[in-house]
Design a protein around this ligand. Structure first.
Ligand SMILES: Nc1ncnc2c1ncn2[C@@H]1O[C@H](COP(=O)(O)OP(=O)(O)O)[C@@H](O)[C@H]1O
Ligand SMILES: N[C@@H](CCC(=O)OP(=O)(O)O)C(=O)O
Length: 375
């Protein structure tokens, strides 16, 4: 299992950098910081590490070039700014990485690239081929075309999905803050840095606030959501300051900087990882405590008898959250019944299903093989 002191052994590392790190407060690109990042990542690649950079900043760079003083409000304006800015961003990266002899490639993803299992596999193949050729893929969301259901909306989650797609060992999220604090340090000066998080509880999620500047998008909240995806996929994650020179090198070297999220030991197989974090979620079922125990400790499937509440409108084959009485999501899985049917059969025994529905294609609402535990 990875700890701070054996991070030197990591091979595949995803680094995410936020707009607040690569731009000045004027909104213009922070060229010195981008240059240092390119130098550091190129050097890690020279050491034999496989590096993937997930970068924000397209909207910011586009706003600057178009002379926009305020963040675009409408989606088409955001798309236009991103389309202008993505080229600028890539041009700078290409130039800076090129200085150090490093080849880079632009990869723009949308939600569909992880929602759809075939596209998930295609993205994986493309990225792993680039890595095997010594190229650093530079990834952003395809903001110019991604609207509504096609959008992930922010790059913290995107970076965790990418880390899952390519089976990374480590995800480093660089921001304008030293890590996760006990409260937003911008509004709470007594807040303290949390060095390590072993379990992401609802309390941990409650610590995290929104973005620190008008340039940032998700704030700490989306970084914690990303950590949930990463650690449950068996990937270690660190949130640290992108302002610090050599930050990624130092983290890999074992320095106690930033907030270290301990990963769950069991690495999810690729199919289960897609199921848990790639597939869209269409609803939720709440289970009683007996059912929760059976799922978490006995390796049981989800049976109708344990379901006490159904939320959302889902079809057979959709992915649903399995939630405990405290409202915590304990698992995710593919449902064998649609929401209407689950409403009718919840709380009943398996033998009663055919009497109630007139048919019983499956004994389980969610079979264990199609379920991923999240706690
Ligand atoms: N508990 C917390 N710990 C640290 N930062 C927090 C917390 N809650 C909210 N934040 C805010 O999150 C900001 C970082 O997120 P964001 O502005 O989206 O930056 P980025 O562009 O790097 O994604 C910090 O500057 C801080 O103001
Ligand atoms: N895809 C967007 C970035 C969205 C985003 O998550 O921004 P940030 O909070 O700065 O990491 C862009 O390139 O502007």
């Amino acid at each position: 299992m990875l700890t701070r002191t054996n991070l030197f052994s990591v091979r595949r590392v995803v680094v995410k950098v936020g707009t607040s790190t690569i731009t000045h407060s004027t909104g213009k690109l922070n060229l010195l910081r981008i240059e240092k990042l390119a130098r550091e990542l190129s050097d890690l690649a020279n050491q034999g590490k496989q590096i993937i950079l997930v970068t924000s900043g397209a909207v910011g760079a586009g706003m600057d070039r178009l002379g926009l003083k305020e963040k675009p409000k409408t989606i088409p304006e955001k798309q236009a700014a991103a389309a202008v800015g993505q080229g600028i961003l890539m041009h700078i990266y290409e130039k800076m990485f090129g200085e150090y002899g490093q080849i880079v490639a632009q990869v723009l993803l949308t939600r569909a690239d992880s929602d759809n299992r075939r596209q998930y596999t295609n993205s994986r193949n493309a990225l792993t081929t680039l890595l095997s050729q010594g190229v650093i893929p530079i990834i952003n969301e395809n903001d110019a075309v991604a609207v509504d259901e096609l959008r992930i909306g922010e790059n913290d989650t995107l970076s965790a999905i990418v880390a899952g797609i390519i089976d990374a060992d480590l995800l480093v999220i660089l921001s304008d803050v030293d890590g996760v604090y006990t409260a937003n340090p911008q509004t709470c000066p007594t807040a303290e840095l949390i060095s390590e998080i072993t379990d992401i509880t609802p309390e941990t999620e409650a610590l995290a606030g929104g973005p620190g500047t008008a340039r940032g998008t998700g704030g700490m909240y989306t970084k914690i959501q990303a950590a949930k995806i990463a650690v449950n996929s068996g990937i270690t994650m660190v949130v640290a300051s992108g302002v610090r020179d050599g930050v990624v090198r130092d983290i890999i070297g074992g320095a106690a900087i930033g907030t270290f999220f301990v990963s769950k030991e069991n690495r999810l197989q690729i199919r289960k990882r897609w199921l848990a974090f790639g597939a869209p979620v269409n609803g939720a079922v709440t289970v009683d405590s007996g059912c929760e125990q059976a799922i978490l400790t006995c390796g049981s499937s989800l049976l109708a008898a344990g379901v006490i509440k159904v939320e959302g409108d889902f079809e057979h084959g959709n992915t649903v959250r399995i939630v405990n009485l405290a409202g915590r999501e304990i698992a995710r899985g593919i449902t064998n019944y649609n929401s209407e049917d689950v409403l009718k059969i919840m709380g009943t025994h398996t033998q009663e299903i055919s009497d109630i529905l007139g048919y019983k294609p499956y004994d389980e609402v969610v079979h264990r093989d199609n379920m991923v535990l999240l706690v």
